[in-house]
Design a protein. Structure first.
Length: 210
């Protein structure tokens, strides 16, 4: 049975990113995969890359040697047959939690050599999900950058963006006058279900590429 690791990089359980990651995971499971969902913000303390370069030494080529709450996650990804990553956009980038994982996953594979340029000889398919309260198209460059790096060092990457999302249940509680709560709620009821279906389909299709 194929093993898929699904990573929720949002600290908000039950909201947009969490829902879409679980939809993609359900799609993979429906196609016969064993799926494990990991919530990054429930792990023990961890950091991003600390630039120790241990992953460039002969004994540990391509493997992060930093010991913290990400060790088991990185090992599971390295032995998995597919990877689902999801994050909301915070201040123009993925969350700090997912960025830390991304650094620790990708940087060890960069060899700084002409041959081989990549220590990862076992590419796996990736589904990369972004959610944002901003309008469609705002983070095209961000998405492109992550997709290109994931494809270069982890494996072929499919993407899904859910934009203009409903961020909270009651906008009046915060006085957020730049948003139209009614339009946000309407989109949640009409468009977000389609994005859930798209996430499910991406997870399902992942198995066909393995």
């Amino acid at each position: 049975m194929k093993k898929i690791i699904a990573i929720n990089g949002s600290p908000r359980s039950g909201w947009n990113t969490d829902i879409l990651v679980r939809e993609a995971a359900a799609g993979a499971a429906s196609a016969g995969a064993e799926v494990e969902i990991i919530d990054l913000y429930q792990l023990e303390k961890y950091t991003g890359c600390i630039s120790c370069f241990g992953c460039k030494t002969e004994a540990h080529l391509g493997t992060c040697i930093c010991r913290d709450g990400l060790n088991d996650v990185l090992e599971k990804i390295r032995s998995a047959d597919g990877l689902i990553l999801g994050s909301p956009v915070y201040l123009g980038d993925v969350t700090a939690g997912l960025r830390a994982l991304y650094e620790r996953l990708v940087f060890p594979y960069i060899s700084y050599k002409l041959d081989p340029p990549n220590y990862n000889s076992r590419k796996i398919p990736v589904v990369f999900i972004l959610t944002s309260g901003a309008p469609e198209g705002c983070y095209a460059d961000l998405l492109k950058r992550y997709r290109e790096n994931l494809e270069a060092f982890v494996g072929p990457t499919q993407t899904l963006v859910a934009a203009d999302t409903l961020q909270v249940s009651h906008y009046d509680r915060y006085g957020w006058t730049m948003f139209d709560p009614d339009k946000k709620k309407e989109r949640r009821e009409t468009v977000f279900p389609q994005e859930r279906q798209a996430a499910f389909a991406l997870g399902q299709a992942m198995l066909n590429s393995i």
